[in-house]
Write a new protein. Structure first.
Length: 480
């Protein structure tokens, strides 16, 4: 049971292993006088269906004076199959992660770690997992600091709201006598964490939003980060027949961009009345295409920005606002682009893509690996990021030398720009946040057809009239 493009990876339900990196004695003495070191436990991403701890080498980070543990957990239906009842509750992969945390706490001293200084770090689906552990009554006391990199529990992909439907589809596909793998390929992304219900022993008794709003959270200091361009890397090879040959700024026809946006909006608002959906489509096209003056060709990065906003940037910033009520939170945006990044190559428009920051978190410019970064600028950025992580693991406060990194909250929307030069900035993603959370919902409230009992009412419109679009423009500007 593997996706076609994952055939080269051997995957098994028997995967509950750890990779532990601990400093050599001389490195330990050189870096710190403490007999027991903080422990960084890393949860990998991969949309809850791929990846593994072995892909993230922890030796350089460990040599700087902490213990690094990269974990594995069950993925796909093995880790997240749920029938929505007691037969298969789901969240098995999250329980695997919790078991790894329990094991690390119990045995930390055996490999030089401090059981009360565990920093839980995750990226993408791993970052969503970190926040789920933070709000889960089963995991809250198993770590003392946390860092969620490019992922959150409010992201639309972080929970499955129809687990029984996809469990039934999987069952039907497994019984299919002809080419069952083709029937199952589309199901892998369907398996994700679920809300189990409010009963004893539930990992997720209520939705993450409800748990965040209730505020029954431990005062664990938290770092949250985003990359500047997030999922741009997905479009590196996307539909090459529809893209221009320009590697600097790949473009698509305006009509194709509008079609893609229509598909995305129909997926986001599957139950929206057609006329209301038309109003939303006009507003989204105006915000992402027309406002930027594109009339014939549209940079594919515009579509990337839309998906990044919906899938990561907006929900993560919203979640940061909720979390900041209950805990000390530090927010950062990673914007560095290495001139030697082989995944970007000549396509500089890709920028700081999803997971590009992990190369620096794990100090890869110092490891001499094939096809990795190794320039002096890369090493400088890696040194800065590793020092932030290590200081945070030790004290719960990220240190930047003489520069102070203020905490993030709704009255002080300050974040750190992580690049070759560090700087502080404000109002990250607030424009998009207001558009999607304050403006777009207004369009769904407008009556899209007149009451039937009023025969003289104006006829219903197939597309929004100029007056509605002007109002949309006014409201949009009001929120920027």
């Amino acid at each position: 049971m593997q996706q076609k493009h994952m055939r080269e990876y051997r995957m098994s339900e028997d995967c509950l292993t750890l990779n532990i990196y601990t400093p050599l004695p001389e490195s330990r003495r050189r870096r710190t006088n403490a007999s027991e070191l903080p422990v960084l436990v890393y949860i990998h991403g991969g949309s809850f269906y791929s990846n593994g701890g072995r892909l993230y080498p922890g030796e350089k980070l460990a040599s700087e004076g902490i213990v690094v543990v990269t974990i594995n957990y069950r993925l796909g239906p093995f880790g997240f199959l749920s029938t929505g009842d007691g037969w298969s509750r789901g969240n098995w992969g999250l329980l695997d992660q919790r078991m790894a945390l329990l094991w690390v706490r119990r045995h930390a001293s055996a490999f030089g770690g401090h059981k009360d200084k565990i920093l839980l770090v995750g990226n993408s689906a791993g970052a969503a997992s970190v926040i789920l552990h933070l709000v889960s009554p089963l995991s809250q006391d198993l770590f003392s600091r946390a860092a969620a990199l490019s992922g959150c529990a409010l992201a639309p992909w972080s929970l499955q709201s129809r687990p029984l439907h996809f469990a039934q589809q999987l069952a039907a596909g497994m019984e299919c006598p002809v080419s069952p793998s083709s029937e199952l390929d589309g199901l892998w992304l369907a398996f994700a964490p679920v809300v189990e219900g409010d009963f004893e022993g539930a990992f997720l008794p209520r939705s993450p939003r409800t748990l965040l709003e209730e505020g029954s959270l431990p005062p664990i200091p938290l770092i949250m980060t985003l990359t500047k361009d997030e999922i741009s890397i997905w479009f590196r090879e996307a539909s090459p027949s529809t893209l221009s040959p320009s590697s600097e700024n790949r473009t698509i026809e305006l009509s194709r961009a509008e079609d893609w946006m229509d598909i995305i909006m129909k997926q986001k608002f599957p139950d929206l009345e057609p006329r209301a959906l038309a109003a939303v489509l006009h507003a989204v096209r105006a915000a992402y295409i027309y406002r930027n003056g594109y009339t014939t060709k549209v940079p594919v990065k515009i579509i990337s920005e839309l998906i990044s906003d919906l899938g990561l940037r907006v929900p993560c910033v919203e979640e940061a606002g909720l979390l900041s009520h209950w805990t000390r939170l530090y927010f950062a945006e990673f914007s560095y682009v290495s001139p030697d990044d082989v995944r970007v190559g000549s396509q500089k428009w890709i920028g700081s893509y999803h997971e590009s920051d992990l190369q620096f978190v794990f100090g890869q410019p110092f490891l001499g690996l094939a096809n990795t970064l190794r320039g002096p600028k890369d090493r400088s950025v890696a040194t800065t990021i590793m020092s932030v992580i290590i200081s945070f693991a030790h004290t719960g406060v990220p240190e930047l030398g003489e520069m102070e990194w203020p905490a993030y909250n709704l009255s002080h929307l300050v974040h750190l720009e992580l690049s070759e030069q560090l700087s502080l900035s404000h109002n990250l993603v607030q424009h998009s946040l207001c558009f999607w959370q304050r403006f777009i919902p207004l369009l769904t409230l407008f009556p899209m057809k007149p009451p039937e009992e009023e025969p003289n009412a104006a006829p219903p419109f197939a597309t929004p009239p100029v007056s509605l679009l002007l109002l949309s423009s006014f409201l949009h500007r009001a929120f920027t």
